[in-house]
Design a protein around this ligand. Structure first.
Ligand code: PAF
Length: 283
């Protein structure tokens, strides 16, 4: 496995593989602190492409909370060992100065998608995500890029950006990988205490309880209220939002219709750690 830090060396290396050697390239952008969720994306890419590239970069532009950025877990050696084992071919590990040097940005009309749900509580977050993913797509120029469904809104926004920027890249969305307890894997789980880690499993448990109760014609607000009330009964936990929406357009859904696909999305504080999760429901 090759590790490159420099932007232009990465571009030259990958251009040669793509154009001269005619290799297909799969790409997984990450912020490191890798877990089995990331590794499942790498394994998917290894299956589908000749070359798998992973970037590891904690992108300062997407953190609206300074302490979240400062406390974001970093362990490059562990990440590199995991990536090597998973069959990754190239790790791109840039510095902030190099990656954003001469970057003019991509001016995108989000059509309000960046202001709702996650965007309401994390102002500027999605512009930061679009900045880095756009820049990484320019540098890596992959055939396919892999993202987890846990970040449902990020996925929708990246699909829109890819279309608006005319990138010829297939965005592949991959299922959420969970701990044995059902808790969605996240780099932020590393910052939970043992008790918080145990309590956080209730997020998914409640999503399942609600999924089993839901039926056509139901008013979704009442199910969200149930989720919020149940979370608040657990020590040190507080729900930030609960929403049912269309998985593609993200338009909120107030009533369950027959033959519809809906995603129920939640954000929950566990002490000072913010976790998100979701479940796709088909009626
Ligand atoms: O999902 C993430 O880890 C990040 O938002 C991403 C896509 C790597 C951009 O920094």
């Amino acid at each position: 496995m090759k590790v490159i830090h420099n932007v232009s060396d990465t571009q030259i290396y990958l251009r040669e593989l793509r154009i001269t050697s005619n290799k297909t390239i799969g790409f997984i952008p990450t912020m490191g602190a890798l877990h089995d969720g990331h590794i499942s994306l790498v394994e998917q890419s290894v299956k589908n492409n000749d070359i798998t590239v992973v970037s590891v970069f904690v992108n300062p532009r997407q953190f609206n909370d300074k302490s979240d950025f400062e406390n974001y877990p970093v362990n490059h050696q562990r990440d590199l060992d995991l990536l090597d084992k998973a069959g990754c071919n190239l790790v791109f590990l840039p510095s902030a100065d190099d990656i954003y040097k001469n970057f003019v940005g991509f001016n995108m009309d989000f059509n309000g998608l960046d202001k709702i749900y996650e965007g309401e509580f994390r102002p500027g977050h999605f512009q930061g995500v679009v900045d880095i993913v756009y820049r990484l797509f320019e540098i890596v120029n992959p055939h396919k890029a892999y993202f987890g469904q846990k970040d449902f809104q990020q996925l929708a926004i990246i699909k829109l950006m890819t279309k608006l920027a005319n990138f010829d890249i297939e965005i592949v969305s991959c299922p959420i990988v969970r701990e044995k307890s059902g808790l969605a894997m996240s780099s932020r789980n590393l910052r939970l205490s043992q008790e918080q880690f145990k309590n956080a499993a209730n997020i998914y448990k409640l999503l399942i309880v609600i999924a089993n109760k839901l039926k056509v014609g139901d008013d979704t607000d009442k199910h969200c209220q149930y989720f919020i009330d149940e979370i608040e009964k657990i020590s040190d936990m507080k729900a930030e939002y609960c929403v049912f929406c269309n998985p593609e357009s993200l338009v909120s859904v107030k009533k369950i219709n027959k033959n519809s696909e809906i995603i129920m999305c939640v954000a929950v504080w566990c002490g000072k750690i913010r976790l998100i999760d979701n479940i796709i429901l088909v009626f």
